[in-house]
Design a protein around this ligand. Sequence first.
Ligand code: SF4
Length: 121
Amino acid sequence: MTTNTRREFIRKSALLAVASPMVLATTSERSFAQLPTKSLDETSAQAVALGYVHDATKADTTKFPKRKGPEGEKQFCNNCVLLLQSGVKLEGKEGEWGKCAIFIDGLVNSKGWCNSWAPKA
Ligand code: SF4
């Protein structure tokens, strides 16, 4: 196993270890039929803690440097492994919204971002 492959394996394992309980909690407590009908509140404690914004270009890159630079600027909810469902339209809101494994109380924007972003395989 090369260093890069090993590093990728460790990174994905850590991500799964963090995300799996959240996904299980989400799916066991709320089925997908109970998809939130509102957008996530960007000012909620969890959203603020993870730097979530509906418009990824407005991410605070001083506080969350992960989204800084050319590679960081490619990060959006719509290419994050934690986006479970996408393509939802919300009345009165522009863009597409989706269900994130982390945020259970509202939908995230497909062009949004938070510090838990991880690439789809
Ligand atoms: S974990 Fe991924 S899908 Fe969820 S809000 Fe963060 S970037 Fe978006």
